[in-house]
Design a binder for this molecule. Structure first.
Ligand code: IPM
Ligand code: MN
Length: 357
């Protein structure tokens, strides 16, 4: 008899509504596991603002070594109203991305049927693309410095750093992803600002073209400047299939992308190390004002769970979660994706998806 696949998952509920949405995600993941015949073994970790306020620790190095032994990481949300901005973001989220070399940020942008978009006259057939954001380089490396701080002459720099190997590995992932997605367009759009960033932009342009010409003749190549791209997201989102871009541009355009797919209640993402340990999370924050009220929407966390299963190789289970979410949204039962206006509680949505699976 074939041995049942079993996966060790590090579970970081985090702050605010993070644990509430993660709990529903776990419920759905376990339902998928029993239906598709694999096992998920969750280990709970309490990293987040509350622990930081108690102990002064964000993500100790020893914790990284522990988390590294898992097959994947599932995250609720990080962010605490009593902690100065930057501490938890840098100390937990960015530290994890760097330490585990999660060099891809994968953000599917899909308008599910029955979900409202702020874009006039656009529907699910128009909004269905994926953004692949480079996740560990660029301005996020933090290279730079400040002199004469606080004086009239203060100077600060923070440099966009990219090496060819870092660009190439991201580009390769993006081309492979586009090929595998195999949509009708089968097109990889590079988003950058090569008309001004003549060094970094040019590096990305050459990587895109040379790798595409050499290894992916079946994938169409396309290019947008990042400013123009924000305009096209609103005017003609149906143009896109897969987008690849550098870190900061990707950060910015994926917030715009999240809102056109219906907002943070549904937007999910993965911090992926294709050769290592990845981390999946809903895009929404910790939503302190809704904490403990059982009103926050867990769908983004549930979708992030689906992405995790896909990455673990349980693609049938991942597809089933996506289909269940699609069917429930299409049925119109859920009135809105906004917290408190769904017509259901957080736990009821989780129960509904788990049962429908
Ligand atoms: C994101 C977030 C993070 C980022 C912050 C919280 C550090 O905005 O995942 O998009 O800038 O990458
Ligand atoms: Mn962001």
């Amino acid at each position: 008899m074939k041995k049942m696949n079993s996966y060790k998952i590090a579970l970081i509920g985090g702050d605010g509504t993070g644990p509430e949405v993660a709990r529903e995600g776990v419920k759905v993941l376990n339902a998928a596991a029993s239906k598709f015949g694999f096992k998920l073994d969750f280990t709970d970790y309490d990293f987040g603002g509350a622990r930081y306020l108690k102990t002064g620790e964000t993500l100790p190095d020893s914790a990284i070594e522990e988390v590294r032994k898992h097959d994947s990481i599932y995250l609720g949300a990080i962010g605490h109203p009593d902690v100065k901005p930057g501490i938890l973001e840098c100390g937990i989220l960015l530290k994890m991305r760097f330490a585990l070399d999660q060099y891809i940020n994968l953000r599917p942008v899909k308008l599910y049927p029955g979900v409202e978009t702020p874009l006039k006259d656009k529907g699910p057939q128009d909004i269905d693309f994926v953004v692949i954001r480079e996740n560990t380089g660029g301005i996020y490396t933090g290279i730079g410095g400040v002199v004469q701080k606080g004086t009239q002459n203060e100077i600060a720099t923070q440099v966009m750093v990219y090496g060819r190997p870092v660009v190439d590995r991201c580009m390769k992932y993006a081309y492979e992803f586009t090929r595998k997605r195999n949509s009708k367009k089968k097109m990889l759009t590079l988003v950058h600002k090569c008309n001004v960033l003549t060094h970094c932009g040019d590096l990305w342009v050459r990587s895109h073209k040379e790798m595409g010409d050499r290894d992916y003749p079946d994938v169409k190549q396309d290019y947008n400047h990042v400013d123009a791209c924000t305009m096209w997201f609103v005017k003609q989102p149906e143009w896109y299939d897969v987008i690849v871009t550098e870190n900061l541009f990707g950060d910015i355009i994926t917030d715009l992308a999240a809102i056109i797919q219906g907002g943070l209640g549904i937007a999910a993402g993965g911090n992926i190390n294709p050769e290592g340990v990845s981390m999946f999370e809903p895009m929404g924050g910790s939503a302190p004002k809704y904490t403990g009220k059982n009103v926050i929407n867990p769908l983004a966390a549930i979708c992030a769970g689906g992405m995790m299963l896909d990455t673990l190789g349980e693609d049938k289970a991942a597809k089933a979660i996506d289909k269940t979410v699609t069917d429930i949204l299409a049925s119109g039962k859920i009135k809105s994706l906004a917290a408190g206006r769904m017509g259901y509680s957080t736990t009821q949505i989780g129960d509904m998806i788990a049962a429908a699976l």
